[in-house]
Design a protein around this ligand. Structure first.
Ligand SMILES: Nc1nc2c(ncn2[C@@H]2O[C@H](COP(=O)(O)OP(=O)(O)OP(=O)(O)O)[C@@H](O)[C@H]2O)c(=O)[nH]1
Ligand SMILES: [Mg+2]
Ligand SMILES: [Zn+2]
Length: 310
């Protein structure tokens, strides 16, 4: 039998078969990705082959070649990676300007990883109902920045329904991943998109204004108008996978474009003379926050060779 993994709760996987049965499965066999140590060999979104056992559970015994997948490292020092989801058409990166604050470094590290895996990302600025005048200005500036790089940006409120129509229209007929820090409203948004689904939503802790990791496992849900939404537990940091230092700029589209004019074609855009990127930064044609994020990935990817420019 064939099916799609729609839920992963530790050692059990729920597979939805092509004839719409839900079967609890375990994994049989070794499905490791070459060269990468992952905490989960099979991910939500995987298309798998299963064999049934007499007690009506099953074994996943094959995984169809993935169209794509997205991986994050548990932490920058960790050697283990976690596959967030497989075979996705679109990632919605849900961000909030407050309660909790999503940092630009987090956003850019996610975007660079998604670029590396060829996954289209849409930025969803949620909780726009609680923005004050300063937040609105910041939202406008960030929207301008990310749209000018080429990303689609949607402002939403799961509380009031602002932007939900646009979100539905964008998600329709696609397999979409909802990613972001804990407490930004991933599950709340899915609740507004799928009436009656009633996913558990968390509280924001009073002390740190952060989420409390309400969603504890990944699950795929069917969108009534067509398409699938994958809700995943919120993540704190976004440890990027091992990028080759020379490649990091390829995943920052605006930096990559300008780097064509650098004097050296192996320029790391840090200390080299004739670097078009550093010049563009000085002239504010590249944003400081994006450049800082670029350096943060360079630091993880090449701690030995990388030299600080200052
Ligand atoms: N004011 C406001 N609150 C929101 C909005 N969206 C979500 N919230 C609140 O934010 C809190 C966290 O929402 P969740 O949907 O649980 O967040 P999550 O991203 O799924 O969090 P994890 O499952 O921990 O990763 C809840 O108290 C929601 O009610 C919004 O648009 N506006
Ligand atoms: Mg959640
Ligand atoms: Zn350069």
């Amino acid at each position: 039998m064939e099916g799609t993994v729609i839920k992963n709760t530790g050692s059990w996987y729920v597979v939805r078969t092509t004839d719409d049965q839900l079967i609890n499965c375990k994994v049989k066999g070794n499905f490791r990705i070459k060269g990468i140590r992952t905490t989960n060999p099979v991910a939500v979104g995987d298309h798998v082959g299963i064999s049934l056992t007499p007690d009506n559970t099953g074994f996943i015994n094959s995984i169809h070649t993935r169209k794509n997948y997205i991986i994050r490292r548990a932490s920058n020092l960790s050697k283990e990676s976690h596959i967030l989801a497989a075979n996705i058409d679109c990632a919605f990166l849900v961000v909030t300007l407050r309660e909790p604050v999503t940092t630009t470094t987090f956003i850019d590290r996610f975007l660079a990883t998604a670029e590396a895996y060829n996954i289209t990302t849409v930025l969803v600025f949620n909780k726009c109902d609680i923005w004050d005048e300063d937040d609105k200005e910041l939202a406008e500036a960030m929207t301008y920045l990310y749209e000018s790089i080429g990303y689609k940006v949607i402002h939403t409120s799961a509380a009031t329904g602002i932007g939900i129509d646009t979100l539905i229209a964008t998600a329709k007929d696609k397999v979409s991943l909802f990613a972001g820090n804990s407490g930004v409203g991933k599950s709340s948004l899915i609740n507004t998109l799928i009436p009656g689904i009633n996913l558990k939503v968390g509280e924001i802790s009073d002390i740190h204004h952060t989420g409390t990791h309400t969603t504890t496992f990944s699950e795929m849900h069917r969108l009534p108008c067509g398409g699938e939404l994958i809700d995943i537990p919120g993540v704190k940091g976004f440890g990027t996978i091992d990028f080759d230092a020379a490649e990091v700029s390829h995943y920052f589209p605006e930096i990559f474009k300008i780097s064509e004019d650098c004097r050296y074609n192996n320029c790391t855009h840090t200390h080299e003379p004739g670097c078009a990127v550093v010049q563009a930064l000085e002239e504010h044609r590249i944003s400081q926050s994006r450049y800082t994020s670029y350096l943060s990935i360079m630091e993880d990817s090449n701690p030995d060779k990388y030299r600080k420019p200052f």
